[in-house]
Design a protein. Sequence first.
Length: 84
Amino acid sequence: MDERQSGEFYVTSAAVIIAVAFAAFVQLRSEFSLVASMHECVSFCTITLNRLETFMTDFKGFADEYREKKQELDAFHATYNGDE
């Protein structure tokens, strides 16, 4: 009896096709998971950079205000000490 006629060929072929399909499914799933992980990483980095930008803007405002107050204080000290 030929191997093809016994049905063993078809069972083996079906098993190989199922194994390849399963491997492809697992690979695609892991790639989608990787893409999702990369998306989460990019989102986290974007949020962090936005917060850092907000902090730096607030800090710059604070630094500008500090310089103004320091100049006023220095002017007051200069006036009080008679330097002007």
